[in-house]
Every structure is written in C-alpha cells, then in structure tokens.
Design a binder for this molecule. Structure first.
Ligand code: ZN
Length: 1043
C-alpha cells in the first residue's frame, strides 16, 4: 500500500529522468519536480565559507560491501554532530546528496498539524545566504540536476542530484544553509500555505493517503502516530484558515529539531574522501550543534503504541482495490528509549520478518495462498514489514480478494490468523532459513549498484536508523535491509518464534477495502467517518478467538544454485561508450532474428532474454483485440503460476531463486522476458515458452471461476484509470488524440463487457491460436553467457512457428494540424465522481529528428522553472504544475500542465488555467528567450548532454535501449550520441527559432492541442473549438514520418 505516484512521472518517462523512489510518507513527495535544466536568471552571491572545524571525527572507514561495489566509504561526525557518510565513486557520472533530519509530522505541535511538512516546503523558499525564493532549485535546474524532499512520520529528507560531479561543492554550498539559516519570510509563508492546501486536496482522492490516515486514527489521540501530517490552510492558519501564518511556530520547531545530532547526511561523488569531507564540513558549518542526540521520540516514549480498539474497518476504495489487510503492531523494547533504539537496530539487522514473510507469503502448492485460491477467495497475497518507527514496527499481510473472498473476508482473516498461531508452535524445517538467507546474501553480493541519487536517499534513511549504533552496526550499514546478519538456524528459529508470540498476543489491525458498489456484501457494524479525509467506514468487533491451523512448509527449492554463481569476466574498471555498443545479429532468416551480446562490463552472473513474437492479433487493430490479448495473457500468466494447473516448472520457486519471467501483449505482438542468475535461466525460458505455446486458454477459462477472476481484475484496472485525477485523464486523452494505435478507455471498457468464453474462443480461432499468426520473431540475449546459450533459447522460441500473416504496423505519433486556432478536447468526467480538481494540458508538437529534439530539450529547460514559479509559487494555482518536453516514437513536443481545485477570483476553472498558460507563453516566455545568452545556454547544454552521455550502471540499463531499437525496427544505436552532438552545436538562435515557429501565437509551424478536464460543465466561451469525438478527430490525421 504505497502512496500513489505523482502523475507527472507519466509525462516524463521518455526523458529518462529520475523518479525518486520513496518510502511511504504522509506527504507524498512534495516538490516532486523533475528538472532537466532550466533558466536561472539570477546572479549568485559568492560567499566565503568559514574555515572547516578541526573537530570532525572519523567513525568508520571499513564497511561490509558487495563484490561488485568499487566505491569507497567514510563515516564522519562533524563538529555540529551531523553524521555524514561520504561516498567516493570514481566511475560516477553524477553526484548526489541527501540529508535526513530525524523529525517528522509525529512531532507537529498539537495545534499546528502539518508544521513539519510545511517547514520542509519553506526551506526551499530562501535563506540568509541565498535569500531568493526557489534560488537553490533554479541553480539546480540550470545545471541540469533535480532536487526534492519528503516528510515522513519521524523523518524529513532533502536530496539533490547533478549531472556534473565537479559541481558537488557549489551545490552543497547553496544547499547547506537550508539546515542553518532559512528565512521563513512572512509573505512566502502566507503563499506556501496554499501549496500545502492544494497538496492535501490532491491527496483527498488517493486511497494511499486515506487508508494511512484511517490506520493512524486507530491509535489513541494522545499518541503522536495518530496525527495528520500533510496540513491544510485551516490547520496551519487557525482558526479558519485566515489566522496569521505560523512564522513563530516554524522558527521554534526548526530551532528545536534542526540540530546536528538529529541529522544524517550522505554525499556521493567522484572526488576523494578528503575532498568530500572538506566540502561537506564547509557546507554544514553553521548547523546548530548540540551535545547529545535526543530524538523527538524520546518525548513520547511513554505513550503506549497500541490501537484503541480491536475493530475491523470496512470501507470503499476509490481506486477499485479489493483487499484485506492485517497489520500487527509490534513495539520495540519498552524499558526505555535507549533499549528501544538498540532493539530496533538488532531486529532490522536480524530480519526475523524476512523468514516469516517467506512462509506466510509463499505461493507454492502447499501455501496459504494456494489454499485461498482453491477456495476461490483470493488472487494474491503479500507479507512483510510495514511501518517502522523508533518505537514500534508493524508486520503486514495483505490479501487480494475475489468477489467471493470479499463476501467471506472473515473466513480469509481466520485463515491468516490461524496460520500465524499454527506457525508459532510448528517445527520449522531448516531449509526455510537457509535458502532465504542464502538468496538474500547472493542478492547483496551480486546486487546491481543503484543510481547515486537513489543510493544517497536510501543510505541517509539507513544511516538515521543505525548510524548512532555500535561499530559493527556502522560496518554493516550497506547490508541493512538487504541481507540478514549471520546467525545459526537455531538463533533464527528463536527470533521468529518470538516474533510470532508477540503477534499472537495482540489483536491485529484489520482493514477491508472494496469498490463502493460491492461494499454491502462485506460490511456490517457501526457506521463511522474518519474526520480528516472524511472517509466513511464500518467498524466491526473482531473475534478474540483464533483457531490454530496446520501449516505445510515448502519443500527444498530446486532452483537455488548448488554453488555460488560466478561471472565469466570481471567487472570492467573504466568502461567507455564503445563497450555499450549494439548486440551482434547472429541470425536473420527473414522470419526470425537473434541478437546477442556477452557481458564484459558489469561482472555479474546474470543474463537477460527478451522475446517479441510479432502478430497483429494482440491489439494493433481494435480495442476488442487488445482486450482479448490482455485477458489471454492474464489467463496464461495465471495458469503458468498455478501449481494445480501445471507442475512442469514452479515459477514461484524460480523467483525465490532470483529468476523472473513476464508475459505481455501489445500492438507489436506478444512479449516475453526472462532475467536473473544465468545458470538455470535457459531451462526456465524453455519451460515457459513451451508452456505458453501449449496453453489452452478456453479450457482454462472454463475451469472454476478463472475467467471471471481475470475479467474482474481487468475491469477494476480500467475503472481505476477512468477515475484517475483530472491531470492524468488529460494526459490519457492527449494520447487518444495523438497516438496510434491507442483506444479510449471507454472503448476498452465496452469491449470488456462483451468478452466471454465464446468471444475468446472466436478471437483465438480467427488468430490461429495467436502463435499461428506470428509473422516474425526477435530474440535478444545479453549477459553472462555465450552464443550456444543464445541459440538454444532462440530455437525453443521459434519451434512450432511457421510464419503467419503480416507484421503489424509500428505504433506512431499523429501529426496535429498546423493551426493558429487551438483545437480543444474535454476529457470525460467519470460518472458519479466527486473529483474537485480540474486540469488543462497544452501540447505543441515540435517535430522529429535529433536537432529538433535537442532544441526542445533546451527550450523546456529554459521554461520549466519560471513556469512553475509563475503558476505555482506566485499564483498558487495548484500542486500539479509542470512544463516539460515529451518524446514519443521519435517525435518531440512541449507540454504545459496545470491542475487546480481553486474556486476564487484567481482561478475558477480550466479556462482560467488556460489563460495563465497563454499569458506565460505570450509575455514571460519571450522575455526569457530574449535574455537567453550563450553562457546560460552552455550551462544547460552541458547538463543535458551529460545525461545523454551517461553510461548504464546495470545490465538492465544496458539491455533496454538495445531492445527499444530492435522492437521499433529503427536499429538506431547512436541516437543518444547524435542528440548529444546536436545539443552541443545548438545556438541561442536555434532555441528562439523553435519557440517562435512552433509555440508562439504567430508561429508558422505551430501544432497546438489542448485538453481540459473540468469539474463541471465547461464554460460556453471554451466550447467554440471543441473536438466532439476524439477517435474520429484522430482518424483523420497522418502519422509523423508517413506524412
Ligand atoms: Zn509537500
């Protein structure tokens, strides 16, 4: 149950920008803005950093690390008490830093909910050294980086990354004052409360946030976990949202909590550890120091972290999930804060939860899930650690229910609780511990190194947990949460049985969510409403009586390698662009192509296999085809993972041994992918390919309720997409207007209504059982393997295929007509939705080719930050505001997106949003372009080109671009290099030309299109240029390239 992703990431996938992975945090990462370089018309005040303190202490220089990790680490404590992990990676092409302050919304003052989160926002709005609002972000965007922050229950984490490691010092210098001298200016404070308010209104319709708050509400109101963390205008400016902005409260909160001993910082770059240490000392020299660490949790340590009731909560899900969640609250040692702290470290390293989740979450033939599936109650089950705070953690089990399972959720719950009780006294076979520990250790040893930015954020969080522990805790920092500490099987047995004893002592928190129209069958009990999100729910007393059930443990897993895997070639110290060249074509006989590349770069014992079977059957022609293909792949994936259906291979055992496979279908055909440790990968690939080919979908669909279960899942997916926020619906509709093939959700929904066993049979017959219609195959094998290995897999892929109809046409982008008038499309509002947000997205296609792509990227960098500042920071229109470049199937465009819930003189609806976007493009954008000079352009180009030149850091990253070229049949292996070259020769005039030709009102190559999603009926003035039928409009357009 993660907080939902920001919609903007949808827009930006083509730009290869980083989406920070975030822990569940109450404030969905605010400021999630993904920069790729932007204008910064500011002058920097140089300031002399004070001399570094001499009292920095080195705490640890040796760390347990994976074989593949060539980085150096040093943990120091600065004079102010900040613990800082310095990471030198000579191979890094980027630098990054993260600073985690150990204070979150659990420390909000009772009368100011949201203050910690608000404080996080305010740090971006100026400090004594750099007083300008958004000044840090303007710098970061100018040099092509990105920065962000999030507020969690007990932590607030700030982070940035830059494409040029040489700039780490100047970025740190501008970032450091966040942590010592924020301004909290009165007018900025007043305005930014509005950003918080729109952030909350955006979250109102998110199940992640609603459910999180509902869980919090089960704690006594005296326990800080019960607090509401996002904040609103009302909570921050009481009593009615018009009181004074909380400047004094901010200063007080900041003064108490933003002290050195609460801060854990990570800095990663190419410089030596000595240099990094000096830069960090200088940047953080003014952080207020305190003599001893006193985490805020010590203040509420005496509050028992126990829920106030033992009711099950049953409620409607807005995103169509149907799920039972069981959550056990497990306090750490309650003697005193120090013991709790030690207990937390010990348990995080020991991973008792890992072994328990292995058994409870198992999917083999004798597992709990298999039992629930046989009874027709569940489709999936997950188990593992949930919340983790200084004072307590939770262990969570979630079950994806069928409709029958929803009706009988009490019986599903009895099974889960009975299993937990039964396990407590069961004799655990030793292979459960040994296999799990071994695979975790291999995963750590051969793990691929994350991107520096993700690394910095993840390590800052870990450092905050164990960085004040004993020396051995510091040494194992990198292994935390990745591999359990060495221990004997008996020790593990004891720890797990202790965990189960604790779980079975308390009644768990139970929550059932289901689509609104199904709620009736599941709910009884008292009707209540959670006050913050106004979530209605039913509370039902849970039975205290649990009947223990017998658990069958999984047998020995045959896929676990007998010996430790080894790569044929060691990791290459300094790979160059040449090493990442295209794969070799081993075979091409007109029907099948085989591409192969041996890994000589990463030095990991892994391989990747990608297969595309080109057929028109799976969605290039109609929504009905696409839906049938989707149902067919879901049935196949389901059957192949169902031990009761086939026993030739065990997918789940394979996945536990690090071998994964996927099956999908799209407009190009059927795609299969395999990845993992190379030794047993060909066997798995052969077994899966042959099973998919032999799969009898009709027979499987007729069995039990298999078809209904799959239809139901698909129905709910489509329903969730249709109920998405206004901005997402705008993006979806833009796709319908400008991409081919792309079918409106409503068509998919209608096609789904007509799908049944008969239509499936007909579709399979018409398409020669899918495989008979395959017109060509592509296979790519890369990794720790040889040619024989690749040929063997290719042979099994094409066996039995004879060459079917025609190869489907490539998906393409449609050319919006040249026009001075803007065609407008109203995205349909989902029925019965009470969505308060409305949105508008403007798109301007700029064309195809490297030169256009380069100029569009730069233009987006110039406009991005000022657009955000104009519409969000200054006018506070809403939380979602973005200007970005977009790249699809070789075609570039610039898009401007805004979503708002405002209903006042500033903004009343989409027409106002459109007016503000127009105003920005008519006045501010030309001014920015006038001011663009060669020096600023050079900065932007440098940042962008570095991103394009960046070398993949993991096997997957190297394989993906090769596969893209193969499936699109472009074989354009040098695209990125060419774009980087185009960027480097770009002039200021080229960027201005692009704007005046393609975006400005009078532009001769202007191809604008506008999509709005209204909260009500569109105003009449906007109806003039409306596109009444999106699909009909799109059908008249030519594709780019074919025009
Ligand atoms: Zn926020």
């Amino acid at each position: 149950m993660r907080a939902s992703m920001c919609v903007l990431t949808l827009l930006l996938t083509a730009n290869a920008l980083r989406t920070p992975s975030l822990r569940m945090s109450v404030a969905d990462p605010q400021r999630r803005r993904l920069f790729q370089g932007a204008a910064a018309l500011i002058t920097f005040r140089a300031y002399e950093a004070p001399a570094a303190s001499k009292t920095t202490r080195i705490l640890q220089e040796t760390f347990a690390k994976p074989q593949t990790d060539s980085k150096s680490y040093r943990l120091v404590e600065l004079a102010s008490g900040v613990r800082c992990l310095l990471v030198q990676d000579p191979r890094a092409e980027k630098c990054a830093a993260a600073l985690d302050v150990h204070v979150g919304h659990m420390s909000d003052p009772i009368d100011r909910p949201g203050l910690a989160h608000f404080c996080e926002h305010m740090l971006f709005l100026g400090n004594d050294k750099y007083p300008g609002e958004d000044e840090f972000e303007q710098y970061i965007s100018r040099v092509g980086g990105s920065s962000n922050a999030f507020t969690d229950t007990e932590d607030t984490c700030y982070f940035f990354e830059l494409p040029d490691p040489a700039k780490v010092g100047s970025a740190l210098e501008r970032w450091g004052p966040f942590f010592s001298a924020p301004r909290f200016a009165q007018d900025a404070t007043r305005r930014e409360v509005e950003a918080i308010d729109s952030e909350h209104s955006k979250n109102l319709k998110s199940d992640g946030f609603r459910l999180f708050q509902l869980t919090k509400s089960r704690f006594p109101s005296t326990h800080p976990f019960s607090k509401f963390g996002t904040g609103t205008r009302k909570t921050l400016r009481p009593p009615n949202g018009d009181g004074d902005p909380p400047v004094d409260k901010l200063r007080e909160f900041y003064g108490t909590n933003y002290v050195g001993s609460n801060m854990a910082c990570v800095v990663c770059s190419t410089q030596s550890l000595d240099v990094l240490q000096k830069l960090t000392e200088n940047a953080l020299v003014d952080v207020r120091s305190t003599t001893e660490r006193r985490p805020p949790s010590t203040l509420y340590f005496d509050e028992e972290p126990l829920p106030k009731d033992s009711d099950a909560y049953v409620l409607a899900s807005l995103q169509s999930q149907r799920e039972l969640s069981v959550q056990w609250v497990l306090p750490y040692d309650r003697s005193d804060p120090d013991s709790a702290f030690a207990d937390r470290i010990q348990k995080r390293y020991f991973r008792d939860d890992l072994f328990l989740s292995h058994i409870l979450g198992h999917e083999g033939p004798d597992s709990i899930l298999a039992d629930l599936r046989r009874r027709g109650l569940a489709t999936g089950l997950g188990a593992g650690s949930g919340e983790d705070t200084d004072q307590f953690r939770t262990f969570d089990v979630s079950v994806q229910l069928t409709q029958k399972g929803l009706k009988e959720w009490r019986s599903v719950l009895a099974t889960i609780r009975g299993a937990a009780l039964g396990l407590q006294t069961a004799e655990w076979p030793s292979n459960c511990f040994e296999e799990t520990a071994r695979m975790a250790r291999l995963g750590f040893q051969w793990g691929e190194t994350p991107d520096v930015a993700n690394l910095a954020t993840a390590l800052a969080g870990k450092l905050q947990v164990v960085g004040w522990g004993a020396s051995e805790d510091l040494r194992d920092l990198l292994a935390l949460d990745r591999t359990p500490r060495d221990a004997s099987t008996d020790e593990r047995r004891r720890a797990v049985s202790e965990l189960l004893r604790e779980m079975n002592t308390n009644v768990p928190l139970v929550t059932v969510v289901a689509p609104q129209d199904e709620l009736q069958v599941a709910a009884k009990g008292a009707k209540k409403v959670e006050p913050i999100y106004k979530t209605p729910y039913f509370a039902e007393k849970l039975s205290e009586k649990v009947t223990s059930s017998q658990i069958k443990f999984p047998p020995v897993n045959p896929y676990i390698p007998d010996t430790d895997p080894k790569p044929k070639y060691a990791k290459k110290a300094k790979p160059t662009l040449k090493d990442f060249g295209p794969p070799t074509k081993l075979l091409d006989d007109g029907f099948g192509k085989l591409w192969f590349k041996e890994d000589r770069i990463f030095g990991v014992p892994r391989a990747a296999v990608l297969v595309l079977l080109r057929t028109e059957a799976t969605g290039s022609r109609s929504a009905a085809d696409a839906i049938h293909a989707r149902i067919w792949t879901r049935l196949a994936a389901d059957a192949l993972r169902d031990a009761d259906y086939q026993r030739e291979f065990d997918s789940y055992d394979a996945s536990l041994a690090g071998l994964e496979w996927t099956l999908g279908a799209g407009p190009r055909g059927v795609q299969l992918s395999f990845g993992g440790y190379d030794a047993k990968l060909p066997e798995l690939a052969e077994a899966v390919v042959s099973a998919v080919k032999g799969f009898d979908a009709v027979q499987y669909a007729l069995k039990n309720d298999n078809l209904e279960r799959v239809l139901d899942g698909t129905r709910r997916d489509i329903r969730a997409a249709r109920a998405a926020p206004a901005s997402s619906r705008c993006i979806e509709e833009l796709g319908v207007l400008t991409e081919r093939p792309k079918f409106p959700l409503i068509e998919a929904e209608n096609a789904l209504k007509k799908t049944n066993v008969e239509s499936l049979r007909k579709w399979l017959t018409e398409n020669a059982n899918v495989f008979g219609s395959v017109a060509a195959t592509d296979v790519l094998v890369e990794g720790n393997c040889d040619e024989t290995y690749a040929r063997r897999i290719e042979k099994s892929v094409r066996s039995g295929l004879s060459g079917g109809s025609t190869i489907p046409a490539e998906p393409s982008v449609l050319q919006v007509p040249l026009s001075t008038k803007v065609p407008i499309r109203y995205a349909a509002k989902p029925s019965a939705s009470d969505e308060v947000n409305y949105a508008a997205i403007y798109s301007y296609q700029t064309g195809s080719g490297s030169d256009v792509r380069a100029a569009t990227l730069v233009l987006s960098s110039v406009l991005e930050a000022p657009f955000y500042e104009a519409l969000r920071t200054k006018r506070q229109l809403g939380y979602v505001v973005q200007a970005a470049s977009r790249y699809r199937e070789g075609v570039s465009s610039m898009v401007f997106l805004a979503q708002s819930a405002k209903d006042d003189d500033v903004c009343r609806g989409p027409s106002d949003l459109v007016r503000y976007i127009d105003e920005f493009l008519d006045t501010e954008a030309p001014q920015l372009l006038d001011k663009l000079d060669a020096a600023q352009l050079a900065d932007i180009v440098d940042g962008l080109a570095r991103r394009l030149d960046e070398l993949p850091k993991a096997l997957g990253g190297a394989v993906a671009p090769h596969w893209d070229e193969i499936v699109s049949r472009r074989y354009d292996w040098d695209r990125r290099a060419r774009e980087a070259a185009a960027l480097r020769k770009l002039s200021v005039g080229d960027v201005r030309d692009l704007f005046y030709l393609s975006l400005a009102r009078t532009g001769a190559s202007r191809r604008p299109i506008l999509v709005v999603a209204d909260r009500g009926k569109p105003s009449s003035s906007m109806r003039t240029d409306a596109i009444p039928d999106a699909a009909a409009w799109a059908s008249k357009l030519e594709s780019w390239g074919s025009a």
